[in-house]
Design a protein around this ligand. Sequence first.
Ligand code: COA
Length: 382
Amino acid sequence: MKITILGAYQTKFGELWDKSLKDLSSEAAFGAVEDAGVLFKDIQTAYFGNKMSPQITGQNHVGSLLAEILGTDIPITRIEAACASGGSAVRQACMAIESGQYETALVLGAEKMTDLAISEISVGLMGAASEQERESGLSFVGLYALMARKYFDKYGAGEKDLAAIAVKNHFHGSLNPKAQFPFVLTIDQVMASSMVADPLKLLDCSPITDGAAGLVLASEKYAKKLGSKKPVIIASKQASDTLSLSKRKDLTSLAGAEKAAGEAYRQAGVEAKDIEFAEVHDCFTIAEAMALEDLGFCKKGEGYIAVGKGKTRLGGERAINLSGGLKACGHPVGATGVKQLVEVYSQMMGRAGKRQTKKNKLALTHNIGGTGGTAVIHIVKN
Ligand code: COA
């Protein structure tokens, strides 16, 4: 696979009272097209990653909303795959171009979450969980807390080990002006934050966020015509797992992520050790420890150890979540998977400012829906 990222754009993430879903979508779509240096008439199809708009804003038909914003009649398809909606939308665009039907595609991920009370948002988010999990009163914090407890029991990790993940991601986020929480944290601050679902505390959690991100993708032939030397997506894979945690054999690893990553490495012709930096789905700190293992960056049970040793920090062996991750950059669910690729593009284009990594030739993105029911992996080469 060789799909060029011609342009990319991320809005500020945060609690954006003065911006609607339409405003955010418009800013990201126009921003990505301008960055690509193409005209709107050159975009042949579009995919819109969005999870919660029907519940939050009452707006179902977001494909047509985007058509109205862009003033276009091209086919636009909404993709919903819980928190992996954005990554899945990128994958649909890659496949549409790979099929030969289109030469260019716009991918937009957008979510407007902060207009409802946390109780209503939590119920909306739980639409991505099983009926049994919803009826038992669990939230996503609770579901990931169950995984954290199992992980602690199996590998001997503890709350301070998870706190180190939040601290590292907030350090990266402090260097990102687009982040929702661009400030540093200490282990003590994380440990002192209020308990949400034991052992996960407020500062182990990604927040509720408004934001959008956009990408313009193009076929190899089209990019060549433009003389483009921009980053290229060389693998795009997606896998599934059971909706319910209770149906899984193992709670300390996401089987879908392992499968999608293995397939992506084969498609790209690379190995885990070759990946120089990655954006992973740290919806909760425990999720990042498991991601490092599922992706083959660390042995099972050693993900948290790598973080503790500073191996995943800017300047370390393999920087993880230079954007600040979901924890500090924010998690507007449908936008996250697209934003991960925007960050990879910015790093590869040398535009990441104070959080710029020098090791920027080969990167991976890991975007998870729910508790791992959907997993999407992309590999990008500079
Ligand atoms: N990280 C850092 N700070 C956070 C934060 C987070 N995740 N969430 C809230 N804050 C801050 C707020 O900015 C606020 O600060 P202020 O008092 O200085 O303004 C303070 O903490 C209290 O925030 P509040 O909005 O009252 O928090 P809340 O109790 O409504 O929500 C969570 C906190 C953790 C419950 C909520 O962020 C949450 O549900 N996160 C998980 C989202 C999720 O499940 N996503 C899907 C993943 S699969």
